[in-house]
Design a protein around this ligand. Sequence first.
Ligand SMILES: CC[C@H](C(=O)O)C(=O)SCCNC(=O)CCNC(=O)[C@H](O)C(C)(C)COP(=O)(O)OP(=O)(O)OC[C@H]1O[C@@H](n2cnc3c(N)ncnc32)[C@H](O)[C@@H]1OP(=O)(O)O
Ligand SMILES: [Co+2]
Length: 134
Amino acid sequence: MLGRVNHVAIAVPDLASATTSYRTTLGATVTEPQALPEHGVTVVFVTLPNTKVELLEPLGDASPIAAFLAKNPSGGMHHICYEVEDIIAARDTLKASGARVLGDGEPKIGAHGKPVLFLHPKDFQGTLIELEQV
Ligand SMILES: CC[C@H](C(=O)O)C(=O)SCCNC(=O)CCNC(=O)[C@H](O)C(C)(C)COP(=O)(O)OP(=O)(O)OC[C@H]1O[C@@H](n2cnc3c(N)ncnc32)[C@H](O)[C@@H]1OP(=O)(O)O
Ligand SMILES: [Co+2]
């Protein structure tokens, strides 16, 4: 089912500051901010030789990462995104195994313009998993 790690995501309280940290202090290539109001976040991607790091901050009053940041005010590792070839087949297999697919269970379009789904962290070793169809 799982392909490459598409990205590892870090939730941050201040995206501009986090971008400076990666772009200036760490000398990394960082994309421009991408507001995703339908997901309640603004993101940038740190491009690396073998994967990406997504830095994300809350956008709007109902951001799904607000509670996470309240518990982790300096930020922290938020999710890992695995690539899948067929997100519907993956979803149906996972649901049949009893895993919880978050939201209404229908894929939404993510930051890369591809369908994504999220799996509950309590079902996967305390780690929020995102699946992205490639
Ligand atoms: C799609 C666009 C973009 C992309 O890459 O393309 C993105 O990645 S957008 C990313 C932001 N969107 C999401 O994260 C959507 C999925 N997330 C959610 O639905 C919620 O964040 C949820 C349900 C995972 C947690 O929501 P919330 O924190 O409000 O609920 P609880 O406080 O009840 O948390 C339940 C339980 O889970 C623990 N938790 C929460 N978030 C995480 C996390 N990121 N990693 C690990 N564990 C997490 C939380 O501490 C609670 O544990 P408990 O022991 O019960 O206190
Ligand atoms: Co993501």
